[in-house]
Design a protein around this ligand. Structure first.
Ligand SMILES: C[S@@+](CC[C@H](N)C(=O)[O-])C[C@H]1O[C@@H](n2cnc3c(N)ncnc32)[C@H](O)[C@@H]1O
Length: 282
């Protein structure tokens, strides 16, 4: 990964970011610069954005999906660890939790509260071996990816047969009235509150960015289609307030003809690991 200073300043402007959405190749650099810049304010803004329900909602979705003690969970786009902390709570100290994110500043924030392996990498190329995970989770990051299909293929690769994908995302409400109210609240009221609370005008820019990307992002139908295309079974989407979406899908079980070698976290370095992969301690 290149140094954040290598990223052009303009990459962090919400206007620019939205424009970069037409150019997937530039999206990781732009998203990384943005989250590096806002990492310090992320948790506070998230509290405001979710009206304090964020931890509860994340935990409820993970519990419904079946996350529990003894499991291997890879949280992709872990950010400051808001979703991973809820997974950790459900796992009750048993199992393995690994976080992946492209922003070093977000990972630094996560390290303050999470004692788990936290790796800097993209969702599109995760440096872990095949078939290690019972769950791959990703909270509120679909909008920022350069290649959703590739990220879903990576998630599928990481999962053991029968393992589950859990995606949380926000998307523009389908009902015109709800959309109007949400637009006024998220695009107008919340940015002002965030700026005041964080005492930083950049907090307002982050909220602006959120609303623009939410408004521009693919609807649930398209996400479900992408999941099916990536060969996830039982792909479903549950909505809260016509706004918060909880997607889940399952990697198909192996049929009896296929072999199922016992996976290790970083398998065979010669074949399934790329350079710089995480290798768990003894
Ligand atoms: C809105 S935050 C969500 C953080 C966390 N999952 C949560 O539930 O609060 C989105 C995160 O996605 C990360 N991100 C964006 N694009 C990414 C990519 N291509 N690969 C990995 N992480 C990415 C950002 O750095 C940021 O930390």
């Amino acid at each position: 990964m290149s140094n954040p200073q290598d990223q052009p300043e303009a990459a962090a402007s919400p206007d620019e970011i939205t424009r970069y959405y037409a150019s997937p190749a530039r999206r990781p650099g732009a998203a990384r610069a943005l989250f590096n810049r806002f990492a310090r304010h992320y948790d506070l803004i998230n509290q405001i954005f979710s009206l304090g329900s964020g931890a509860w909602y994340r935990r409820t979705c993970l519990r419904q999906a079946g996350v529990g003690p003894g499991m291997v969970v890879v949280d992709v786009a872990v950010g400051t660890g808001l979703l991973a902390r809820q997974a950790q709570r459900l796992m009750q100290g048993r199992g393995t939790l690994i976080g992946i994110d492209l922003s070093e500043a977000m990972l630094d924030q996560a390290r303050k509260t999470l004692r788990i392996p936290l790796l800097q990498a993209t969702a599109e190329a995760v440096p872990l071996a095949d078939g290690i995970a019972d769950f791959v989770t990703m909270g509120y990051a679909l909008r920022h990816l350069s290649d959703i299909g590739q990220a879903l293929a990576e998630a599928r690769r990481l999962l053991r047969p029968g393992g589950k994908l859990v995606l949380l995302e926000i998307s523009s409400p389908s009902h015109p009235f709800v959309k109007l109210v949400a637009g006024a609240f998220v695009g107008g009221v919340l940015p002002a509150i965030s700026a005041l609370a964080a005492r930083n005008h950049q907090a307002k820019a982050l909220m602006d960015y959120h609303w623009r990307t939410i408004a521009a992002y693919a609807p649930p139908k398209a996400v479900l289609e992408a999941m099916r295309h990536a060969e996830f079974q039982n792909a479903t989407c549950a909505s809260e307030l016509d706004f918060f979406r909880f997607y889940s899908g399952q990697k198909p079980m192996l049929n009896h003809r296929q072999s199922n070698p016992e996976p290790s976290l970083c398998g065979d370095f010669g074949t399934s690991c790329r350079p710089g992969q995480y290798s768990p301690g003894p």
